[in-house]
Write a protein that binds this ligand. Structure first.
Ligand code: ZN
Length: 128
């Protein structure tokens, strides 16, 4: 059910070293998501992944998060088989959901505003 936990970091290079030491595995995907102005690294643990996010621009939402709160857990990502039907269902309950886009690993994703999910930013990831 949990796809990954997203952590906002100031420097991907130094954070990757720290999390490689903690998890005992190498980061397996390092890429840039231009639409979100972030560089990301993923660690594929058996029970869900860890995603590290470094902002690449000053107007990146991750930059704003770091300025406001500092480094730390930014979002929790939940897997769903049918993103569109889940979005329809949640919108019926008045939840504010952004239109889906293609995320870091090529899957369709969207976010639930923390206002509607107990202060936690939730990412929904469509898995085939
Ligand atoms: Zn994520």
């Amino acid at each position: 059910m949990i796809d990954h936990i997203g952590i906002a970091v100031k420097s991907l290079d130094s954070a990757v070293k720290i999390w490689e030491a903690i998890l005992g595995i190498k980061a397996n995907v390092i890429s840039e998501v231009k639409s979100q102005a972030v560089k990301v690294a993923f660690f594929g643990t058996k029970n869900g992944k860890i995603e590290l996010l470094e902002p690449t621009k000053n107007d990146s939402t991750i930059r704003k998060f770091l300025d406001k709160k500092g480094e730390g857990v930014h979002h929790i990502a939940i897997k769903t088989k049918n993103l569109d039907s889940l979005i329809d269902k949640l919108r019926k309950d008045d939840q504010k959901i952004a239109e889906p886009f293609v995320g870091a690993e090529g899957a369709r994703v969207t976010f639930i505003h923390p206002k509607y999910s107990n202060g936690v930013l939730v990412e929904l990831v469509e898995t085939k």
